[in-house]
Design a protein around this ligand. Structure first.
Ligand SMILES: *Cc1c(COP(=O)(O)O)cnc(C)c1O
Length: 381
């Protein structure tokens, strides 16, 4: 059996729980910084919604990254973890007044504004505070992403951003409002994107739009290209880090000019660092299937039920012959399934299974459905 888990220290623990590999997180952050060495004006903001666990946020803040937030709660979590306010960017189609005020009072670096209506509210709230709000406009570039349904965000039919053909008027309005400082453009086309052509297509749209706005006398100070880089869910051991070199090279090649560029990576930073550790409660021989019934459920990790996503699953306790199991949770939903026909070393009651690559959109999306307690987290080192 080859796995990197401290199995002995797991044995006495109450399951399920999240386990985070802090060494891998640090290696990942280093790998990103190595790609940015020759780009002093480029900055990566970690997407807090991928995982807002304070221990992880502190590590990422201490490494010098910024934060990308989509709610007032996330802005507060980022501030609490030590991210500098000026390195915090705040997106979201529906920012409430208290969330905008929190950002203004903290002095965050950027509001990524998604409609003309929101722009006017921010101007009024900034006036009430006697400040000027730094704003970028989130553009809907109408670029499809080749990824799971439900996590594209950059198509005209998605709710996000200002349609690219309509951004000129909103930018002119931003320039005219006394409590708004218009800084640039923001984009984000989706998540779990492994086809880098999608990002190249985004570059094309950004270049075209920037050129058009500047020819109309609208200065575009900087560009935020969002996040969305995917990871190899099938190969957590051989490919533990995303392909950051190819990702950043796509932008180095694709973007014209030398404007500062902001990135908002979530999944690619944190997904590989986390596993959900769960125990086999029962093995059940069904009519057509053999089930491994585990003590983690869709409330702990909702991605398989919500996005039909696939996580690699490993039996940490057994060397027995590989057998196909449907790995299912205890929640009263037929969709509470972590994997169908998964080949696992023979399972027994009490075996520990690792559901890999669960660091992103795992703990942060957990709920207490079925009155189940929230799974705790443990860390390597
Ligand atoms: C979710 C989100 C991200 C991060 O997406 P990942 O796929 O996790 O990299 C970045 N920017 C915005 C605006 C988002 O909503």
């Amino acid at each position: 059996m080859t796995h990197s888990f401290p199995i002995l220290s797991f044995e006495g623990r109450q399951t399920p729980f999240y386990y985070y590999d802090i060494a891998l997180l640090k290696e990942t952050l280093d790998a990103i910084q190595a790609q940015l060495k020759d780009q002093p004006t480029w900055q990566v903001h970690y997407a807090v919604k991928a995982n807002h666990n304070p221990e992880l946020l502190q590590q990422i803040a201490a490494a010098g990254f910024g934060a990308d937030c989509v709610s007032g709660g996330e802005v507060q979590a980022a501030l609490d973890a030590g991210f500098r306010a000026k390195d915090i960017v705040f997106a979201g189609v529906g920012k409430a007044d208290w969330e905008i005020l929190l950002g203004l009072e903290a002095g965050i670096g950027r509001f990524n504004v998604e409609s003309a209506a929101e722009l006017r509210v921010i101007d009024a709230l900034a006036e009430s505070k006697g400040v000027v709000a730094p704003v970028s406009l989130r553009v809907n570039p109408d670029i499809g992403a080749h990824t799971l349904a439900g996590i594209t965000t950059g198509l005209a039919e998605n709710k996000f951003g200002i349609y690219h053909g309509m951004v000129d008027d909103v930018a002119r309005e931003a320039l005219s409002l006394p409590h708004i400082r218009f800084c640039g453009l923001h984009f984000h086309i989706g998540s779990q994107i492994l086809d880098l052509h999608d990002f190249a297509a985004l570059c094309g749209r950004i270049n075209e739009l920037t050129e058009r706005l500047e020819s109309e006398g609208i200065p575009v100070g900087d560009i935020n290209v969002g996040g969305g880089l995917g990871i190899e869910y099938g190969h957590p051991n051989s490919l533990p880090k995303a392909d950051f070199a190819s990702y950043f090279n796509t932008y180095k090649r694709g973007l014209l000019g030398d404007k500062p560029v902001h990135f908002e990576l979530g999944r690619a930073i944190i997904a590989p660092c986390g596993s959900l550790i769960t125990r086999v409660l029962f093995v059940k021989e069904g009519m057509a299937k053999r089930f491994a019934i585990v003590d983690a459920g869709m409330n702990d990790l909702v991605r398989p039920a919500m996005y039909h996503s696939m996580h690699r699953i490993e039996n940490l306790s057994s060397d027995g012959p590989k057998t196909a199991y449907d790995v299912v949770g205890p929640c009263c939903e037929s969709s509470d399934v972590f994997g169908k026909d998964v080949f696992l070393n023979e399972c027994h009651r009490g075996d520990l299974l690792a559901i890999r690559s669960a660091g992103a959109y795992g703990q942060s999306m957990a709920s207490q459905y079925n009155c189940r307690p929230l799974a705790p987290a443990y860390y390597s080192e």
